[in-house]
Design a protein around this ligand. Structure first.
Ligand code: SF4
Ligand code: SF4
Length: 295
């Protein structure tokens, strides 16, 4: 039984329609990200807040942030334009659980109004733990946690700071706390039977050689699938001088990580307000682009 087949049988969720999990369905079923979460509780060295969260995005256009009630109006509009919207997700532009009221209110409304839609959230994992029982109740079908390091020394060079319970942490201490919270979150999500996807931003010279260790670590926690995303160097960030790993670099990374955990290969790095089929965005028709990492 493959991981995807296993996911398809979990709960009432039908993963055969999930464009992020099933390559077959990515051309048939759409997804929408509702951009209701502007704030972030972490500062990643590759992220410029003027752009979307790299958890689920690519740089280029600033997202228009919506209030929960506006998000529902937006969703109704998109729903009219498409007949294949299977997944509704919250992925930023900051972190959904740095904006928990907005995130939970939006998910609750969407679930009440469109009980047949699959719901998903994408987070850095720092502050999701307490919301997991509510996410499970809302039938959130999968959660993405972005894990870029499982060694706090490497983490310290990726995260400038984190803020947890109103206190700021830097360096190794911050990276350690983030890792601890991510670890607890992944375990708890699995205890509730929620599918866990781990996103990892592959950063040349910083964590590129560490990605297999991340794969091994999250697999041991029960994570279902990993999505390795090539860094997009963004101007005005500490990593602006780095380069974007090539398709062959990414193939090498995945050859090593796939020993530990199933790999997702067709992530289109959608923006936090993406809508439509993977690889196209009905909000921004000009931004269509095939994933250069696709193999
Ligand atoms: Fe940016 Fe996401 Fe990192 Fe926050 S968690 S700094 S939004 S990439
Ligand atoms: Fe799916 Fe990746 Fe797009 Fe998120 S960014 S909706 S995981 S394909």
């Amino acid at each position: 039984e493959t991981t995807v087949q296993k996911m398809q049988t979990i709960g009432s969720s039908d993963f055969s329609k999930h464009p992020c999990f099933n390559e077959e369905s990515k051309h048939r079923y759409g997804r929408i990200h509702l951009a209701v979460a502007p704030k972030c509780n972490v500062q990643c060295n590759f992220c410029n807040r003027k752009f979307d969260c790299t958890n689920e995005s690519r740089p280029g256009v600033t997202t228009c942030v919506l209030k929960p009630e506006e998000a529902l109006v937006h969703l109704a509009k998109i729903e009219e334009l498409t007949d294949n919207l299977a997944v509704v997700g919250i992925a930023g532009p900051g972190d959904p659980f740095a904006n928990p009221e907005e995130t939970m209110a939006t998910l609750e409304r969407v679930h009440a109004q469109y009980p047949e839609k699959l719901l998903c959230v994408s987070s850095n994992g720092l502050n999701i733990f307490d919301y997991i029982p509510r996410l499970a109740k809302l039938n959130v079908s999968h959660v993405t946690i972005t894990v870029n390091a499982v060694d706090p020394e490497i983490g310290a060079s990726i995260y400038e700071w984190i803020v947890f319970q109103k206190k700021a942490y830097n360096g190794i201490e911050g990276a350690q706390l983030l890792l601890q919270r991510q670890t607890e979150a992944i375990r708890e999500l699995k205890r509730y039977g929620i599918v866990v996807k781990v996103n990892t931003v592959v950063i040349p010279r910083v964590n590129e050689h560490h990605v297999p260790a991340i794969a091994k670590y999250v697999a041991a926690l029960g994570a279902d699938i990993q999505n390795c995303i090539a860094l997009i160097p963004v101007k005005g960030t500490p990593f602006e001088e780095l380069y974007e790993p090539s398709a062959s670099d990414m193939r090498m990374v995945r050859a090593k990580t796939s020993i530990h955990i199933k790999q997702m290969k067709h992530c289109a790095r959608c923006r936090a307000d993406a809508a439509g089929l993977l690889g196209e965005d009905i909000n921004n028709p000009d931004s269509r682009r095939e994933n250069p990492q696709e193999i």
